[in-house]
Design a protein around this ligand. Structure first.
Ligand SMILES: [Zn+2]
Length: 442
């Protein structure tokens, strides 16, 4: 693969970035009585305040197409969410025990649950997934037309989605990490089905996207079907690309496992029509031997760690894979919980001291975004398999559509019960990402 720098052509003024949002996504209430929740509506309102000069597009669809939802989630899981939504009163209820109990079962509502459910949860989750579908439709139309319009979008929505498995809960992680529906995965299913897109997903949330991982095979099968329908073959080649940078650490018999515990090095492989590139990053707290049992301290000093390790993993592993795959749609699972100071990458040790796992600065999110965008700028356009692009014989230039979707990122909190969360590190990181997407350096 040629890595040589190409001369850059002066571009005309960029059309404005499409930013999708809907007030329904703020109806998802997560706070149990007396306890502030990391994934609160003020995350998004704080980002909105920072982006006050940006025009927001209201998400028009109340829910995504059902066939794309059913590609990602089982019918019983969706039915259970509907049932909980119908039966709910104004209380916020812990979701994990409700899902474990199943329909009609007795839920142990004292059981620990990271993810909570309220009357507004399902409309919020449906609107969040629908926003990705709308963003894909709009950016695809722009990317495939000579008439302008932005081929880049950001979905400012919640709840996040990349931990939502086909059945909601993950058997190993024992929860769904504040997620309800796989927003990005539902979008990928729609992109393949409706537009014949060649989809790459890059997940830079600090947690591994175990929910997305669990639907890669079905998405790849869908993509292989779309490709074979368009050009009569090619099912052997990778039809989907999933790259993830995340913290990873699992110890036996320890309570220090980093959620969700999956995402160990996939060896750059994947198979079954999927290219998977995992870049597990060793948490910074690994530098403290007192954190470990039986002297299980890191032995390999070359392990990727901290912001330098993160950016090295991006440049040496993720970007080459994305360039080689040549997507027509790049979906970003954009989590900002790797930002320095964010609660999402802090671990409390046995000595009761909080220690950070990662220390990304806003400029790292800006650089990461810019470098990802450059990886999908082509001199010669890739031909989409499905409608709109005209297949391999198309003479029209095709740009890669880019849709970024908010996942995690929480800010910090010294005292959850008293003061709530300080969202400033989330806001700075997200604004740097959005500025790079918009080609405006905020
Ligand atoms: Zn996260």
């Amino acid at each position: 693969m040629a890595e040589a720098k190409r001369p850059r052509v002066a571009a005309p003024p960029a059309p404005p970035l499409l930013v999708y949002h809907h007030g329904d996504t703020q109806l998802h209430d997560t706070a149990l009585p007396g306890v502030r929740h990391q994934e609160g509506a003020d995350r998004v309102s704080a980002i909105r305040a920072e982006l006050r000069g940006v025009e927001l597009r209201e998400v028009a669809m109340a829910r995504p197409p059902r066939e794309s939802l059913l590609t990602v989630h089982t019918e019983p899981y969706l039915a259970r969410l509907e049932e909980l939504g119908r039966d709910g009163d104004d209380r916020v209820r812990p979701l994990t025990p409700l899902l474990l109990a199943g329909s009609g079962g007795e839920a142990d509502t004292d059981a620990p649950s990271m993810t909570n459910f309220s009357r507004g949860t399902l409309p919020a989750a449906m609107r969040a997934a629908a926003s990705v579908v709308e963003a894909i439709d709009a950016t695809t139309a722009a990317a495939r037309s000579a008439g302008g319009g932005s081929e880049r979008a950001f979905c400012l929505v919640r709840p996040p989605g990349h931990h939502a498995t086909p059945v909601g809960l993950d058997a190993n992680a024992g929860g769904c990490g504040f997620c309800m529906l796989g927003n990005v995965a539902v979008g990928a299913a729609h992109a393949i089905r409706a537009h014949g897109h060649r989809v790459a997903i890059v997940d830079f949330d600090v947690h591994h996207g175990n929910g997305t991982e669990q639907v890669l095979a079905v998405l790849a099968a869908l993509a292989a079907l779309a490709a074979s329908g368009a050009d009569g073959g090619g099912a052997e080649a990778a039809e989907l690309c999933f790259c993830s940078l995340h913290l990873h650490e699992v110890f036996e018999d320890s309570d220090l496992d980093y959620f969700p515990g999956s995402g160990a090095d996939a060896g750059g492989g994947g198979g079954g029509g999927v290219t998977i590139v995992y870049v597990p990053i060793r948490p910074l707290w690994s530098r403290f031997p007192s954190h470990y049992r039986d002297g299980d301290v890191p032995k390999d000093a070359s392990e990727l760690m901290g912001r330098a390790g993160w950016m090295r993993g991006l440049r040496e592993r993720v970007l080459p894979a994305v360039r080689a795959f040549r997507p027509t749609l790049l979906l970003l699972s954009a989590g900002f919980d790797g930002a320095a100071g964010d609660d999402g990458c802090v671990q409390r040790g046995e000595d009761n001291v909080d220690r950070a796992g990662l220390d990304l600065a806003p400029e790292d999110f800006r650089s990461m975004t810019t470098e990802l965008l450059r990886a999908v700028e082509y001199e010669d356009a890739p031909a989409p398999a499905g409608e709109g692009g005209g297949g391999a014989s198309s003479a029209a230039p095709v740009r890669c559509a880019v849709v970024s979707v908010l996942e995690g990122g929480y800010g910090c909190c010294d005292d959850r019960e008293a003061s709530g969360y300080d969202r400033s590190c989330l806001v700075r990181a997200c604004a740097a990402h959005v500025g790079a997407l918009a080609r405006v350096y905020m």
